[in-house]
Design a protein around this ligand. Structure first.
Ligand SMILES: Cc1ncc(C[n+]2csc(CCOP(=O)(O)OP(=O)(O)O)c2C)c(N)n1
Length: 277
């Protein structure tokens, strides 16, 4: 129970700091940040081997956030984990910032790979995983894809390549929040069944509740045991989850946010957090 509580608290803090960043700027990718908060909490809450004092540590695990527009969510996570000062979060996407709206490894401490052009992260993750294998290093490589992103053909080239090369050091997540930029994924270009597709490409596949921190942690443990093949964990999620002005809203991808919206959303999350104390 303590483990669940700790991860859930971390997750709420990630959401709060993300909403503050975007609120401070006045616009941003709220929906797709909210849906991966639990996954980031689990990864940086103990699953990933990282060192905030030595972010480029050779033995570290890597994270490729292929849906690079979720930058603010990972920046909150990294700041909360001490990779850089919390005050930097106020600079999101402003001139001269080290926190651009999309992940950039040359700008942000703790970001392993530059992403943003959807579809390319899987190739980068595969290159890193293959490199680690060739160098006989045991670092894990984690990858986060969006469901809309699966419409990119490059994803399926990677999906074919990784099992062929037995990349069992690669664990991918699909944030299956069922929405993309401009509507429901199934209406724009249906990507289901994601589970069956990856299975057909010879991946180890699990489908879980992406808002249950313990389910995510257990799925990663299970994925690590899938010898000889890469793993994918399909996260059944809701876009905009736990944010008063985005949960259950279709137009929640990249939106303008007023001060009142942020105040209300943050207050609700802070009230949730207080229940744990
Ligand atoms: C190659 C490419 N095409 C278009 C875009 C613009 N774009 C940014 S996010 C997005 C929607 C992605 O949907 P999904 O992968 O489901 O992300 P999520 O809903 O989790 O935010 C699009 C089309 C992009 N970043 N890259």
């Amino acid at each position: 129970m303590k483990r669940r509580n700790d991860l859930e608290k971390f997750c709420i803090k990630i959401r709060i700091e993300t909403l503050k960043q975007i609120g401070n700027l006045g616009f941003g990718h709220v929906g797709g940040c909210m849906s991966i908060a639990e996954t980031l909490a689990v990864l940086y809450g103990g699953v990933m081997k990282t060192d905030s004092a030595n972010p480029k540590w050779e033995q570290r695990d890597w994270l490729v956030i292929s849906k690079g527009h979720a930058g603010p969510a990972i920046y909150s996570t990294l700041a909360l984990r001490g990779f850089f000062d919390m005050s930097l979060l106020k600079t999101l996407n402003r001139g001269g910032t080290s926190l651009p709206s999309h992940c950039d490894k040359n700008k942000t401490i703790g970001i392993d790979v530059t992403t943003g052009s959807l579809g390319q992260g899987i190739s980068q993750a595969i290159g890193i995983a293959l490199g680690h294998k060739l160098k006989k290093m045991d670092n894990w490589v984690y990858l986060i894809l969006g469901d809309g992103e699966l419409q990119e053909g490059q994803v399926w080239e990677g999906a074919m390549f990784a099992p062929h090369h037995n990349l069992d050091n690669l664990i991918a997540f699909v944030d299956n929040n069922k929405q993309q930029l401009d509507g429901f994924t199934q209406d724009i270009l249906n990507v289901e069944s994601i589970h069956k597709k990856f299975e057909a490409f010879n991946w180890h596949v699990q489908s879980i509740d992406g808002h249950d921190v313990i389910a995510i942690e257990e799925a990663v443990e299970c994925a690590k045991k899938a010898a000889g093949k890469p793993s994918v964990i399909i996260l059944e999620t809701q876009k905009g989850k736990c944010c008063t002005y985005t949960e259950g809203v279709l137009d929640n991808h990249h939106i303008s946010v007023c001060e009142q919206d942020t105040k209300r959303a943050v207050a609700k999350l802070e009230a949730q957090l207080a229940k744990y104390e």
